[in-house]
Design a protein around this ligand. Structure first.
Ligand code: FAD
Ligand code: SIN
Length: 518
């Protein structure tokens, strides 16, 4: 049994920046980061476009606020939007102090990219690998901070709350005491007891068959929080990125950053028609919900597999300089962007909702904080504005650190908790059922809970996912836990939440569209 002052679950921008702030501020605190595969693997690592921050004199906080509210389709929490936008420059400064480098113009100013829904150029970036730069620099800082211990290949199974402790259960009152963690290499399951637990498990893109999210994005944080009875909000707002590379041989899908359209690339059909003028006067730089839906509609009309991103008219040297990763990736599969268009399709990209938190990242469970993509803060509303996600993670991890600092001294770590109960369980003879169920779930979600939904499709998905749920719960009861089985359970929980919340929706807004509603 490990005891630690702070347990962080997840090593993306949210988890790592929180761990760093807490540990650097007080070297007597023990901070433990548990992460399910290698420490650098995360959605953060693949972020391309950058971070939205107001730094230019011609820009204003008000303009960033209004763009965020417009994208969010009327359901953002305006006070949260203002807070995040106004705290952005300070968080950017801190990243630079931690060593992160951002592109600079010849004039020595930050080079600001443009993305959909932004009225101004305000995307601070490191080439087209901004997330990798941030992840690496955070990990270097962490490596130099002696009171942080990272446990790679440690999978969080469940949060520890009263229901594991035979304590009296008071409705709506829960406290988190840490988590049960599976050491993936040894197979041992140990409780890690903590004063504060930070849930920073990232997204859930793997619920779907086609996603830009890496394999780790299985909604574990949301599912663990749900099982512990935390509030989960706005999970029905699943954002599709309009331009994932159409290359069916590869999964997850490689992203073609929205910043490419920000540089002036056009979307065209197979027959060469530029179509966005039919949908929005901001053309290719309308917000993501609009562009993704427009592409979906064009594909339904034409029956084609993809549309194309035409970059041929752009300055090739500028392109290679800003997007070296995209340029090389395309070249590696035979697409030379100087002469060929890039085939693209929408793919699941981001969960706008998640574990409900207040403005300090506090969840509805005492001593449990959450930051980053697995949380729901009120910033994104019904549709996240491009490049507001890394920003949200950094702002909320900082605010959570400030809030945790106030209460840490008053919290006692539990002396002991029951060991993980494996009585009567066996190691399944074969895991093929698990992988088949995962694929089946992804197919159901992609076919019935995609960009355009309908009541019939949602009801069908509900029924099918419930069938999978029953089958997998039965398996879980009698099996020794494995990462594959836990992830499948979490994917099913996340799917169930998306479907049931979608069925309750009464109107279409942002990324949510049901053809039976107005
Ligand atoms: P993540 O970075 O996903 O980290 C989650 C961590 O939790 C991982 O380390 C994971 O292994 C770990 N974990 C999960 N479950 C468990 C478990 N059960 N036990 C232990 N560990 C666990 N946003 C922007 O703002 N700008 C961009 O340019 C941008 N580009 C993007 C491009 C791509 C291809 C993708 C996929 C996303 C992009 N996003 C972008 C979104 C953004 O990257 C993410 O929303 C953000 O990085 C989330 O950070 P996070 O720390 O919350 O989660
Ligand atoms: C992109 O580069 O297009 C991704 C930006 C984001 O998801 O915010």
């Amino acid at each position: 049994m490990i005891k630690t002052d702070i347990l962080v679950i997840g090593s993306g921008a949210a988890g790592l920046s929180f761990a760093l702030k807490v540990a650097q501020n007080d070297s007597s605190l023990r901070v433990t980061v548990a992460t399910k595969v290698d420490r650098s693997e995360s959605n953060t690592k693949y972020a391309q476009g950058g971070i939205a921050v107001v730094v230019d004199e011609s820009d204003s906080f008000e303009s960033h606020v209004q763009d965020t509210l417009t994208a969010g389709a009327g359901i953002c929490d305006e006070s949260i939007v203002r807070m995040v936008v106004e705290e952005a420059p300070e968080r950017l400064k801190e990243l630079v102090e931690w060593g992160a480098r951002f592109d600079i113009t010849h004039a020595g100013e930050l080079d600001l990219g443009k993305e959909g829904g932004h009225g101004k150029n305000r995307i601070v970036h490191h080439k087209d690998v901004t997330g990798l730069e941030i992840e690496q620099k955070l990990l270097i800082q962490i490596g130099e901070t002696r009171n942080i211990r990272i446990l790679d290949h440690h999978f969080a199974i469940d949060l520890i709350t009263e229901h594991h402790l035979n304590m009296e259960l008071v409705p709506d009152k829960r406290t988190c005491y840490g988590a049960y963690i599976l050491d993936v290499k040894s197979g041992a399951i140990e409780p890690i007891l903590s004063k504060i637990t930070m849930l920073a498990c990232g997204g859930l893109g793997q619920v779907y068959a086609h996603t830009t999210n890496p394999l780790v994005a299985t909604g574990d944080g949301i599912a663990m929080a749900y099982r512990a009875q935390a509030k989960i909000w706005e999970i029905e707002y699943i954002q599709f990125h309009p331009t994932a590379l159409y290359f069916p041989e590869e999964s997850p899908s490689f992203l073609i950053s929205e910043a490419v359209r920000g540089e002036g690339a056009y979307l065209i059909t197979k027959s060469g028609e530029r179509f966005m003028s039919k949908y929005d006067n901001r053309l290719e730089l309308a917000s993501r919900d609009i562009v993704a839906k427009a592409i979906d509609n064009e594909l339904k009309i034409s029956g084609d597999n993809c549309v194309y991103l035409d970059c041929k008219h752009l300055n090739i040297e500028d392109f290679k300089n800003h997007f070296p990763n995209i340029y090389e990736k395309c070249l590696s599969i035979g697409i030379n962007i100087e002469v060929n268009e890039i085939p693209v399709v929408p793919a699941v990209h981001y969960s706008c909702g998640g574990v409900a938190v207040d403005s300090n990242g506090q969840t509805s469970i005492t001593n449990l904080f959450s930051s980053g993509e697995c949380s729901r803060t009120g910033l994104h509303g019904a549709n996240r504005l491009a490049s507001n996600s890394l920003l949200e993670a950094l702002v909320y991890s900082n605010r959570s650190y400030l809030a945790a600092k106030q209460v840490l001294d008053k919290i006692e770590i539990l002396e002991s908790v029951p060991c993980w109960n494996e009585e009567g369980t066996i190691t399944p003879r074969e895991r093929v059922i698990i992988s088949h169920n995962r694929k089946e779930l992804q197919a159901i979600m992609s076919d019935y809970v995609g960009i355009v939904k309908s009541n019939d499709r949602l009801k069908r998905a509900h029924k099918r996912v419930y069938g999978l749920y029953q089958e997998v719960e039965e398996l879980y009861e009698k099996s020794k836990v494995s990462v594959q089985l836990c992830e499948l359970r979490n994917l099913i929980t996340a799917s169930h939440l998306i479907i049931t919340q979608s069925l309750k929706q009464e109107k279409n807004q942002g990324v949510f569209y049901n053809s039976d509603l107005v």
